[in-house]
Design a protein around this ligand. Structure first.
Ligand SMILES: NC(=O)c1ccc[n+]([C@@H]2O[C@H](COP(=O)([O-])OP(=O)(O)OC[C@H]3O[C@@H](n4cnc5c(N)ncnc54)[C@H](OP(=O)(O)O)[C@@H]3O)[C@@H](O)[C@H]2O)c1
Length: 217
C-alpha cells in the first residue's frame, strides 16, 4: 500500500516508520518538498521511503495520514487541495491544541465544542473520505498497544463506511484489532475533547504509556 504521512513531527515519524517497517511504501509530506526532517527520515529508511510537499505525496498515495499541528488543520487543507485526496481515505490523528497561553494547552475554540479539526478537514476537502482515529493516545502507543499492560481501546469515527473499513485495516496492522466505531465524523468533537483530560492524566500518571479502556456490560 502507498501511504502518505503528512507531518514531520513525532507522530509523523512514528507512524511513517511503523508503516515502512510493515512493508508499505511511505512518503512523508511537509510544507516544503525539501523539508530537512523528512530528508533525514528518508535517508534513514532507504528503499520504499520518499518525501514531498503535502499535495505531492498525497496525490501519489493510496491512503493519507494527517499528523500535522492540529491548530493548523485549515492551512493544511488549503495546502493539500481537494484534488490530491479526492476519493481517498484520509486518516486524521490530529488534535487542535493551542499552546500560546502556556501549559496545558487548550482546544482551539473555532475547532472544538460545536465542530472539530476532523470536521474542518472534511469541510475543506469535500471529496476526501476523512476518518478520525488514534488521536486519543500517545504516538508510541499508537503503533505498539502492548506498551500499555492489558487491553485498552482505540476509537474511530467518520461519515463513510468504506473509509472506516480501510481505517480498521490500518489499525489492525498496528495491533488495534477491535477499535470502537463512534459513528459519524461529528464524534471527533468527543474524541478531540478527550485531549484536555489526557493531558491532565499524563501529569498524574507521570508517563505517556497509558490509554482509555471502555468497560461495559
Ligand atoms: N505527540 C503525540 O504523541 C500525539 C498523540 C496524539 C495526537 N497527536 C496530534 O498529532 C499531530 C502531530 O503532532 P506532532 O507532535 O507529531 O507534530 P506537531 O509539532 O504538532 O506538528 C508538526 C507538523 O505540523 C506542520 N505544520 C505546522 N504549521 C503548519 C501550517 N501552518 N500549515 C501546515 N502544516 C503545518 C509541520 O509542517 P512542516 O513539516 O512543514 O514544518 C509539521 O509537519 C498534532 O495534531 C497532535 O495534537 C499527537
Amino acid at each position: 500500500m502507498k501511504y502518505a504521512v503528512l507531518g514531520t513531527g513525532m507522530v509523523g515519524h512514528t507512524l511513517a516508520s511503523r508503516l515502512h517497517t510493515l512493508g508499505h511504501e511511505v512518503r512523508m509530506g511537509a510544507r516544503t518538498a525539501d523539508n530537512e526532517k523528512a530528508t533525514e527520515w528518508v535517508k534513514a529508511r532507504g528503499e520504499r521511503a520518499g518525501q514531498g510537499t503535502f499535495a505531492e505525496v498525497a496525490a501519489w498515495a493510496e491512503r493519507v495520514i494527517v499528523a500535522v499541528n492540529g491548530a493548523q488543520i485549515v492551512a493544511l487543507a488549503e495546502a493539500l487541495g481537494n484534488a490530491a485526496v479526492a476519493g481517498k481515505t484520509v486518516i486524521d490523528v490530529t488534535n487542535p491544541l493551542d499552546f500560546s497561553k502556556g501549559m496545558p494547552p487548550i482546544l482551539v475554540p473555532e475547532l472544538s465544542n460545536t465542530t472539530s479539526a476532523g470536521e474542518a478537514l472534511q469541510a475543506h476537502l469535500p471529496e476526501a473520505r476523512v476518518v478520525k482515529a488514534l488521536n486519543t493516545m500517545n504516538h508510541e502507543v499508537m503503533v505498539d498497544p502492548g506498551r500499555v499492560p492489558g487491553d485498552s481501546d482505540a476509537f474511530l469515527c467518520g461519515d463513510i463506511d468504506a473509509a472506516k473499513a480501510e481505517t480498521r485495516e490500518f489499525l489492525a496492522e498496528l495491533g488495534w484489532t477491535a477499535p470502537i466505531d463512534m459513528g459519524p465524523l461529528s464524534a471527533a468533537r468527543g474524541l478531540e475533547g478527550l485531549m484536555p483530560f489526557w493531558l491532565r492524566m499524563w501529569g498524574v500518571v507521570g508517563s505517556a504509556d497509558f490509554n482509555y479502556r471502555i468497560v461495559r456490560e
